[in-house]
Design a protein around this ligand. Structure first.
Ligand code: SF4
Length: 369
């Protein structure tokens, strides 16, 4: 499933780099233009529709930091202190609920050709807290693998992580794993966001079907990667209990728990401005039909009793099969933690520590590069 590109635009500062040459070689039939007036190009490109932006690739460099802490949204919702590696922005897949539609102010697929600069940033961060087991990932502002067969940026990160003490997560809704290198150290995981097939068909456009994601997970496992799964966004719809039940049954039957590093649960949340985009771009989506309440961080969420019911069911079904895997909530409040898990981390730092304790207990070899 190679992304369909209409055009490649190249920042003159990066035109001679090996990554640009490689992308052009891999797309000999896609027209490419070296931009002479960058300001004019960026101004005009900002105005194109999102759907069109997802078929156009902008190759440039990023002068600021490429490694950033996950943008937590205030004290009320616990964040796990994840670090995001932002070497690309935007995504060729097209999920109706994707917050990047609102969050990014540039609609084109963008690859920062100076991605290697992030390696020094990672080293500096690790050196700043040598006892902490950092978790980092490439899937915050894009799907980690949707463009990767073209860019191979993850391979550089993987080879770096193999020699360091940190956990690297490659997060995707694709099945594009065959190009990933085989590895012998187990501090890298490929993780999949999961939803029932009906939701994938209706809301996760251009993403791989569930069966293909699980097959890809098994391939990644054979190549030496550990796995992660994200039930995020969890959605409420008619028949959700049965649909998620079937999904969890399939997952726990096909994947060995001992290879799964973590599972996140996060019900749908979005900035209120996304609703307009959702209605405009995906008029057949069923997502907006539910009732939502604005949370203390300004994001729309299902009402708390609904979320509690949803989480209790999913958590209970997972725990019925998998007793040890680390399960956490992404951006949820303490009441939800207490109601479902019977405790809540004191703060973000404690949640981060719980991750580290679980990883070091379940995978004791992880700290030996
Ligand atoms: S895969 Fe992720 S980044 Fe891509 S469109 Fe879907 S939600 Fe957005």
């Amino acid at each position: 499933m190679k992304p369909a590109l209409d055009h490649i635009f190249i920042d003159p500062h990066v035109k001679g780099t090996s990554l640009v040459r490689r992308i052009l070689q891999k797309n000999p039939r896609v027209p490419a233009t070296i931009i002479t007036d960058k300001e004019k190009f960026l101004k005009e490109a900002r105005e194109i529709p999102l759907g069109q932006g997802k078929r156009n690739l902008w190759l440039t460099e990023f002068k600021g930091p490429l490694l950033k802490p996950c943008p937590a949204t205030g004290e009320d919702y616990l964040c796990c202190r994840y670090q995001t590696i932002n070497t690309q922005t935007n995504c060729p897949l097209d999920c109706s609920y994707c917050i990047l539609q609102h969050f990014l102010n540039f609609p084109m697929l963008t690859v920062y050709v100076n991605a290697n600069n992030v390696l020094k940033e990672i080293d500096a961060l690790i050196a700043s807290e040598p006892k902490r087991l950092f978790r980092m990932g490439t899937g915050e502002l894009t799907d980690s693998l949707a463009l990767d067969p073209l860019t191979r940026i993850n391979e550089t990160l993987i080879r770096h992580a193999l020699k360091r003490k940190y956990i690297l997560e490659i997060k995707t809704k694709t099945n594009l794993v065959t190009h990933l290198p085989e590895i012998s150290r187990r501090n890298i995981l490929v993780s999949w966001s999961l939803n029932p097939d009906q939701t994938i068909r209706e809301e996760e456009h251009k993403a791989a079907p569930l069966e293909a994601r699980l097959r890809a997970a098994k391939t990644a496992l054979k190549k030496g990667y550990r796995l992660g799964f994200h039930f995020d966004p969890l959605l409420l719809f008619k028949g959700w209990e049965k649909a998620y039940g079937g999904l969890i049954h399939k997952l726990t039957k096909e994947i060995p728990e001992k290879e799964v590093m973590w599972i996140s649960l996060g019900s749908l949340r979005y900035p209120s401005e996304l609703k307009r985009i959702l209605d405009e771009r995906f008029p057949r989506s069923k997502i907006g039909a539910a009732e939502f309440l604005k949370g203390l961080d300004g994001k729309m969420r299902y009402f708390r009793p609904e979320r509690t019911k949803l989480y209790a069911k999913i958590y209970g079904m997972l725990r019925k099969h998998w007793k040890d895997v680390f399960i956490y909530f992404c951006m949820e409040n303490r009441t939800i933690w207490n109601d479902i898990m019977g405790f809540s981390p004191r703060d973000n730092a404690e949640l981060d520590r719980l991750f580290q304790e679980s990883i070091e207990k379940r995978f004791p070899e992880i700290n030996k590069p």
